[in-house]
Design a protein around this ligand. Structure first.
Ligand code: GLN
Length: 491
């Protein structure tokens, strides 16, 4: 059962081939077999089974709430659910319970989806390997000595190991797409403003988006369809989010539709440093495919590409330092017992945050401080507008832009942990998408010499999610990843 897609489950549940209770039980079995991958901060089996029983009752009486009714969705542990702890994989929030549901959780509940476990992440979503979690290091289902990527590594490993059919992640600089690429699944960052951020613990608010992680493009669309929409509780939620709903069903583009599509490629060549040979090969395969379909392939040159990491690490840390100031030992989470207020702030923050979070708060506070604000923060804001303008320019002419999701396949646990700059390089191909606010999707495009998945990223103009899914589904048809090795593995 577990190697089927969510769309297939939905049809099987409709036909009565199995019940939601049977379905979640097989996923829970699988999650137990994969326990050493350390994907979940919490997996409350009793609550999951109870939800499934309720769903089965609804379906029996002909009252299924949506196509997702009875289907498990794993949730990244930085999205608030009133019934669960929301820890952000931080000691600061290790016992924190949110008094309200995130909008996406409300929507999943009213769609009848099974809220299935809280997945591990880099602390406060800061990282690219899930090694920055205060609680556990998640492992890659294709090779447990390697990282699953991050920061949504728990969600990616859960779907990639077939321990859950669907998951939600959050993406500020690549945190859905890069782990999706490392774990051989589909991960999608929607247009900024398409999905409400209400109840997502803020990292860098102007970049954060929640998005779907799934085994297929169609499943990703189905999940996005059920979580998106305008929300007055998020001031950056966009009116367009309602005017342009994503269709839950995806028709892959036909040969006729693909012919003549103008596709920009941002492919590294063998002289570009830091790219694996397997990633270069995936680019060649992709180019050949595009040409075979009769697409017009256009080389894209970005003048700003080399600046996106510095731009991002100035803006994201500035916003993080401001957002995380609420964790002061008084309003939320950990409180150090101290007799004076200053010590209480200092000790609570010293004890509650891990090293990467502290590094970012320091960096962010520095770039916002008087005397440096113009030189760093304001310049980065201007540069960011240029990145957005560059996308608008590209898309005057192009239908899509294609590039590898990450310069490498999954790296070894520990390999980059001591070297933040090397870690930040993993985001080279994903960050500009967040800076530009455009939607992008990562899908598997073959494997490297060790059998590790390679991911390809496809970007579309603002709010063109439907076209992005239709095009990606056509690519997926010819590059379906063989997951049979995963099904038989236990860890
Ligand atoms: N890896 C990037 C970072 O560390 C992106 C994280 C994210 O998208 N949440 O900031």
């Amino acid at each position: 059962m577990i190697d089927k897609t969510a769309t297939q489950h939905s049809q099987a549940l409709d036909k009565g081939e199995y019940s939601s209770e049977e379905l979640v039980s097989s996923y829970l079995d699988r999650a137990r077999k994969c326990a050493s991958l350390e994907m979940f901060n919490d997996l409350d089996e009793a609550r999951i089974i109870e939800q499934a029983k309720q769903s089965d009752k609804r379906r029996k009486s002909g009252n299924a709430l949506s196509a997702l009714d009875g289907i498990p969705v794993a949730i990244k542990d930085n999205i608030c659910d009133i019934n669960e702890k929301t820890t952000c994989s931080s000691n600061f929030l290790k016992d924190y319970r949110s008094p309200y549901d995130a909008t996406v959780i409300e929507k999943l509940k009213s769609a009848g989806a099974i809220l299935y476990g809280r997945t591990n992440l880099d602390e406060f979503a800061m990282g690219s390997s899930t090694e920055n979690s205060a609680f556990r290091t998640t492992r890659n289902p294709y090779d447990p000595d390697r990282v699953p990527g991050g920061s949504s590594g728990g969600s990616a490993a859960a779907v990639g190991s077939l321990s859950a059919p669907l998951a939600l992640g959050s993406d500020t600089g690549g945190s859905i797409r890069q782990p999706a690429s490392f774990c051989g699944i589909v991960g999608m960052k929607p247009t900024y403003g398409k999905v409400s951020r209400y109840g997502l613990v803020a990292f860098a608010s102007s970049l954060d988006q929640i998005g779907p992680m799934a085994l297929s493009v169609e499943d990703a669309a189905m999940l996005l369809h059920s979580i998106e929409g305008r929300d007055v509780r998020d001031s950056t939620s966009h009116p367009y989010a309602d005017k342009h709903p994503t269709s839950a069903k995806v028709k892959p583009m036909t040969g006729k539709e693909l012919k003549g599509k103008k596709v920009g490629v941002l492919f590294p060549d063998s002289s570009t440093e830091g790219f694996d040979a397997s990633v270069l090969k995936a680019c060649t395969d992709m180019r050949n495919w595009l040409e075979k379909q009769g697409c017009e392939v256009v080389e894209v040159q970005s003048k700003l590409w080399q600046y996106v990491i510095p731009i991002y690490y100035i803006l994201a840390t500035a916003e993080a330092s401001s957002n995380l100031s609420r964790f002061d030992g008084i309003r939320y989470g950990t409180r150090s017992q101290q007799s004076n207020l200053q010590d209480l702030y200092v000790r609570s923050r010293t004890e509650g945050f891990g090293p990467e979070v502290k590094r970012r708060i320091l960096l962010g506070t520095f770039v916002l401080s008087s005397g440096y604000f113009d030189a760093y923060y304001n310049s980065a804001q201007k540069a960011r507008r240029m990145v957005r303008a560059e996308y608008l320019q590209f898309f005057k002419d192009l239908d899509f832009i294609v590039q590898p999701t990450s310069p490498t396949t999954a790296f070894k646990v520990g390999e980059r942990a001591e070297n933040p700059i090397a870690m930040y390089q993993s985001d080279l191909m994903t960050i500009s998408v967040n800076l530009g606010g455009v939607p992008a999707l990562s899908l598997p495009l073959g494997v490297d010499q060790d059998g590790l998945p390679v991911g390809m990223q496809i970007t579309a103009p603002h709010f063109e999610e439907d076209k992005l899914f239709q095009f990606s589904a056509a690519v997926e048809k010819d590059f379906t990843l063989d997951r049979s090795g995963i099904v038989s593995k236990s860890y």
